[in-house]
Design a protein around this ligand. Structure first.
Ligand code: NAD
Ligand code: UGA
Length: 477
């Protein structure tokens, strides 16, 4: 057994903890990296053949390092105890009850981690806040960690090291990060801790991409980064409503404005609405913080990003119904994509779920096809985000079916709704699909990825985000 000189433990084996630690293990073979979680099933999956998350390129990296310097276990206390540095990478969902419900982030898991670390540690450690948290959470973590260290010779240094990876591109984002942000106390102990974490990343990240700041700038930058990214999507989505009324084309507008280097081309893809576990959560958290600091105008400004996203989803579903002769009752709607974006199996807060919920409220039947999403995951998302479950929707298994291929999903459908931008959706035999559908056959492209002209030639009635069917016939989708 190798005698490792430096040991890292990561609490939380999720979408961030697993990939982040796998990349550290790959690039720093002299560091022992142990990822722990309360959830035995999750850990078993990380140790098994099929990893718990789908992320291109991750399998090979995990399998190459696993058992060498990368370990997954539920032995939490032992792994913390032997570590020099402990990352906290647990979920921080929006609070569902109590003060700030529906907006504030719940940092209970972070506090629990701090309490566990404080309880089991027999030596000093650096604790790294990797989760996305409200600004000044490090202060609370620090107090919990150091509450009982007097006269023990043990001390804890807290760092903020938010993660900027996006799902579907996590491996690339981690291997070649735009920047690594490390915030810490600006005293001798804090600066030494910052340096220790810089040394970990310096194994593969160029020094000029490692930024160090004070704790609060680091914590806040994470929320602001997500708010700015989501704001761009809501901005272009707001314009999509206008282009549909005017005969302009949202893709052409995005291209025209994005060529200005001051604006930039990225994150201007108009869509049915952003999803994912973080954008909405983090903006609501920012809004709540602003309200807490008595900045109502600032809070209202950022709230509008979420409001616009809700509007876009509802607008899309409403127009589907309108175009299908104002009724979808009893109609089969084929849904292409349930993941919140391509190249991931993650379904948290997916726009697809909202559209299906609206279709179910109108008594339609949905046939869902997604290349990566398991039915169980879909049902979990329905339950937690939309309150739909067998107990209140007895015919759920009949109303929402999951198909194992795109052709079966479309067969007998009145419409196809493209909800995720999976590349493979562009490659299907749409003539074959058209022939198997009820006529008129509709396609509602919520991602603007299909060849609309080719589909119209086949005979489909096609509606897309931010585009008009012809100059004389605004589609108002
Ligand atoms: P996740 O739900 O996938 O994983 C969190 C894991 O933490 C779960 O497996 C859970 O069982 C475990 N956990 C909870 N409490 C624990 C405890 N006390 N001890 C040990 N394990 C515990 O969450 P995620 O998507 O990895 O997100 C984690 C954090 O990172 C969040 O704050 C999120 O906002 C942030 N973030 C996420 C992404 C992303 O792409 N998903 C990107 C950047 C930042
Ligand atoms: C996002 C950020 O991009 C990451 O930097 C951040 O670390 C992460 O949130 C987080 O904190 O969790 P992620 O949610 O994984 O990453 O994926 P994105 O690529 O940002 O997409 C988010 C949503 O916006 C998806 O539903 C996507 O389809 C949608 N989107 C994205 C658009 O509708 N249009 C675009 O132009 C870009």
């Amino acid at each position: 057994m190798t005698d490792f000189k430096y040991k890292i433990c990561c609490m939380g084996a999720g979408y961030v903890g697993g990939p982040t630690m796998a990349i550290i293990a790959k690039n720093a073979p002299h560091i022992k990296v142990t990822v722990v979680d309360l959830n035995q099933t999750q850990i078993d999956k990380w140790n098994g053949d099929k990893l718990p998350i789908y992320e291109p390129g991750l399998d090979e990296i995990v399998k190459a390092a696993r058992g060498k310097n990368l370990f997954f276990t539920t032995e939490i206390d032992k792994s913390i105890e032997e570590a020099d540095m402990v990352f906290v990478s647990v979920n921080t969902p929006t609070k569902t009850n109590g003060i700030g419900a529906g907006r504030a982030s719940n940092i209970k898991n972070c506090e629990l981690c701090a309490r566990t670390i404080a309880k089991v540690s027999k030596s000093s450690k650096i604790v790294v806040e990797k989760s996305t948290v409200p600004v000044r959470t490090a202060h609370a973590m620090n107090r919990v960690l150091n509450a009982n260290t007097k006269d023990t010779g043990i001390s804890f240094q807290i760092l903020s090291n938010p993660e900027f990876l996006a799902e579907g591109t996590a491996v690339k984002d981690l291997m070649e990060p735009s920047r690594v942000l490390i915030g810490g106390n600006q005293d001798a102990g804090g600066l030494a801790a910052i340096q220790a974490l810089v040394d970990v990343y310096a194994n593969w990240v160029p020094h000029e991409r490692i930024l160090t700041t004070n704790l609060w700038s680091s914590e806040l930058s994470k929320l602001v980064a997500n708010a700015f990214l989501a704001q761009r999507i809501s901005s272009i989505n707001s314009i999509s409503a206008l282009t549909e009324k005017t005969g302009a084309d949202v893709s052409e507008v995005a291209n025209a404005i994005g060529m200005d280097p001051r604006i930039g081309a990225k994150f201007l893809q108009s869509s049915v609405g952003f999803g994912g576990s973080c954008f909405q959560k983090d903006i609501l958290n920012l809004v709540y913080l602003c309200e807490s600091f008595n900045l109502p105008e600032v809070a209202e400004y950022w709230q509008q990003v979420v409001t616009m996203n809700e509007y876009q989803k509802t607008r899309f579903a409403t127009n589907m119904i309108k175009k299908m002769f104002n009724t979808v009752t009893g109609k089969r709607i084929c849904v292409y994509g349930f993941a919140f974006k391509k190249d991931t199996g993650d379904v948290r807060e997916t726009a697809s779920g909202t559209i299906i919920k609206i279709m179910l409220d109108e008594a339609a039947k949905c046939a869902v096809w997604d290349p990566q999403v398991e039915r169980e995951e879909m049902l979990t998302e329905f339950k937690y985000t939309h309150g739909i479950e067998h107990s209140n929707t007895p015919r759920l298994d009949d109303l929402v079916v999951t198909e194992t291929d795109p052709y079966a999903a479309a067969k007998g459908a009145h419409a196809i709704a493209v909800m995720t931008e999976w590349d493979e959706f562009k490659t299907y035999d749409y003539q074959k699909i058209y022939d198997s559908m009820v006529k008129p056959a509709f396609i509602f492209d919520g991602r603007n990825i299909l060849d609309h002209e080719a589909l119209r030639k086949i005979g489909f009635e096609v509606y897309a985000i931010g585009k008009t069917v012809s100059e004389n016939d605004p589609m108002t989708c």
